[in-house]
Design a protein around this ligand. Structure first.
Ligand SMILES: C[S@@+](CC[C@H](N)C(=O)[O-])C[C@H]1O[C@@H](n2cnc3c(N)ncnc32)[C@H](O)[C@@H]1O
Length: 301
């Protein structure tokens, strides 16, 4: 589905679309669970389109937005791409701690829409590292706990799983508060010509591993400053369209849930009132009225 957001400058001027505005850049993800990643859905679809990955591994899935964005793009493109989604599904002090219902919600979507594509691997990231051979995957998405030591540990332990010509994505490179330190690692590893940074949506860093063969991806990494600004502006606009769609899909549902709760409480209050009326109208209530009257007199004195 084409989003209603503004298109890039070149398209408006009638020129052929620039390399970062492919039809996939306008696709809508099929699922919008709560996420700080929402505005990067357009880039996720573009990346899957240009890199045609066989394997994507994600460290940190939570409600599943980024995982579903990759999986949906691959599904619509008819690719055999698989996504390994790793998470303890317990949360952390940055994402917040949560219960079994989050795992269940992600699992329900996977079962319904991506049963042969997404594999949910529950546990600490480090416990699953042995499941992956070196140089065996195309995209690694690092989005676990965001402290400097956490992200350094994830990067050092996992970077060797990415093949030559693949990429590593880092979420939250633009967050400097609340103990977030991905920006610091990003400053240490991002090199001109081998990395690209989005500032919107808390920041997303894209890091080249080895020799990048795919032309659009190479163009992304080698973009001059003016082109890089246009790429950032266009993906930010496309991302705003996704954020609006997410709002439309989730807020009315939340509001409906809130109204259902109000209605449920109103019914509960009606039931309570009926019980009070029944009690105060009952024989025993009338027989004990003198006792309550004496009680009131005593309290007044
Ligand atoms: C920021 S959320 C992931 C957001 C997700 N990518 C999205 O699109 O909304 C981080 C997740 O990483 C998980 N996590 C953090 N550190 C972990 C670790 N060492 N092992 C397993 N899971 C971890 C948390 O449980 C949390 O669900």
């Amino acid at each position: 589905m084409k989003s209603s957001v503004d298109v890039g400058t070149a398209e408006r001027e009638g020129a052929s679309a620039p390399f970062w505005l492919r039809p996939t850049s306008y696709w809508m993800p099929a699922h919008f669970p709560i996420s700080a990643w929402t505005t990067h859905g357009a880039f996720a679809a573009w990346l899957v389109d240009v890199l045609r990955p066989q394997r994507i591994v994600e460290l940190g899935t939570h409600y599943g937005y980024s995982c579903f964005a990759f999986a949906e793009a691959a599904k619509r493109l008819g690719l055999a791409t698989t996504v390994d989604a790793l998470d303890s599904w317990e949360g952390d002090d940055h994402a917040g701690h949560y219960g079994q219902e989050v795992f269940d919600a992600v699992h329900a979507v996977v079962e319904a829409d991506y049963p042969d594509r997404v594999r949910m691997i529950r546990g600490l990231f480090a416990q699953s590292r042995h499941l992956f051979d070196d140089a065996s995957i195309d995209v690694l998405h690092i989005d676990g706990r965001h402290g400097y030591e956490d992200v350094v540990a994830d990067y050092e332990e996992w970077r060797s799983v990415v093949r030559d010509g693949g990429v590593i994505l880092f979420h939250d490179i633009a967050e400097h508060d609340n103990g977030f330190g991905v920006w610091r690692l990003w400053e240490e590893i991002a090199e001109p010509g081998r990395s690209f940074a989005f500032d919107h949506g808390h920041g997303l860093g894209v890091l080249a591993i080895g020799e990048i063969a795919d032309p659009p991806l190479r163009e992304l990494f080698e973009a001059d400053d003016a082109t890089a600004s246009r790429i950032r502006a266009d993906f930010e606009r496309l991302g705003s369209g996704l954020a609006r769609q997410s709002w439309l899909e989730t807020v009315p549902a939340d509001a409906e849930r809130a109204w259902a709760e109000v209605r449920r409480r109103a019914v509960h209050e009606d039931e309570l009132q009926a019980r009070i009326d029944a009690l105060t109208g009952s024989t025993s209530w009338r027989l004990t009225a003198p006792v309550r009257g004496i009680g009131r007199l005593v309290r007044r004195r």
